[in-house]
Structures are given as C-alpha cells and as structure tokens.
Write a protein that binds this ligand. Structure first.
Ligand code: ADP
Length: 164
C-alpha cells in the first residue's frame, strides 16, 4: 500500500493545503496529513488538536485521508505511518530552496523520498501566515479557507487582534 505523508503546521489549514491533499489522494492509496508543532514558528493560533479536528472535518469527503497531530521529528512520523513518500506543496520558486534542504535531510536521515506538488496558480499567494494576518485585523478570509476554518478564526478573533 502506498502511503503519502503530507506534513505541515496547518495553522490554519487553507484551500491551498486542501487542494494538495486532494491531488495527493490520486497518487497514494492513503494520505496521512500530519499537523506538526513547528518550533520555529511563534505562538500558534490553534493547538494541534484543534487543527487536527478542523482538517478531519474539511477532508471528510476524501475517504483515503487520515489525520494525525504529533510533536516529533518528521522522519519518525514517516516511519510510524509507513510512509512511501513525504508530500510537500510548492507555491513559488523561493519555497524550493528550503524544501530541497529538508528533502535532502530527511532522505539522509531515513531514506524517505519527498515529492513536490506545484500549487494551482490561484493558491500561490495563499499562506497560513497571511491568512492569520488578514483575520487578526478583521479581514475576510472566506476565499482562502474552508468555512469551518473561517468560522473558527472568526470566533478566535471576535474580541480583537490576537497577539502572536
Ligand atoms: P510549514 O510546513 O512550513 O509549517 P505550512 O503548514 O504552511 O508550512 O504548509 C504545509 C505544506 O503545505 C508545505 O508543503 C507547504 O509548502 C504547502 N503549502 C502551503 N501553502 C500552500 C499553497 N498555497 N498551495 C500549495 N501548497 C501549499
């Protein structure tokens, strides 16, 4: 069975992420979406369990998708879920540099391959960080995130800006 592991912070999970999951589901028998804690990113908007729950809701229409939320090294997650490959989305050329290094590191550590799926142009400017910024100051993010996520963000920011 071919298992694709799609890892990320997903804080929040947006339409660009969803499209990658949908496309990966055509390539793998199972796609495991792993919401990970990223120590390089400052305080999270949603905790890992909240992210997992939201991703479960918005991917419920794809039966071959499973969601995990973990706080460990990616290659260990890949081993635990029996991943055939790690899946990463690419938005712009500048993403490639860091992604290439991560892919090489992960391959060195464990032999796991990484495959890159280029985003549709309509999502190339959609990034969790920007979506958070827009929502924090009361902007409309409904074009960028599934409704469930937009509702959670509205709730989170209902009393005003949230400090990162
Ligand atoms: P990170 O893993 O750096 O915390 P994210 O959680 O934002 O990043 O993203 C997880 C994965 O989704 C990464 O592979 C990232 O390149 C990809 N991704 C992010 N935004 C988009 C987008 N708009 N279209 C396609 N893929 C994306």
């Amino acid at each position: 069975m071919k298992v694709g592991l799609f890892p990320g912070s997903f804080d929040p999970f947006h339409n660009g992420h969803l499209e990658i999951v949908e496309r990966a589901s055509h390539l793998f028998d199972e796609v495991v979406v792993a919401a990970l804690r990223n120590p390089q990113k400052s305080q999270a908007l949603f905790d890992l369990d909240e992210r997992k729950q939201m991703i479960e809701e918005v991917t419920a229409h794809i039966p071959s998708v499973r969601i995990v939320s973990v706080s460990k090294l990616l290659v260990n997650v890949a081993r635990d879920v029996g991943a055939s490959a790690i899946v990463r989305g690419l938005r712009v050329v500048s993403d490639f540099e860091a992604e290439m290094q991560m892919a090489q590191m992960n391959h060195h550590l464990s032999g796991v391959e990484t495959i890159f799926i280029p985003t549709s142009p309509k999502y190339s400017f959609v990034a969790s960080k920007l979506v958070r910024e827009v929502a924090r100051f009361g902007g409309d993010v409904s074009a960028f995130v599934p409704k469930v996520v937009a509702d959670h963000m509205a709730e989170r920011f209902k009393d005003g800006p949230f400090d990162d």
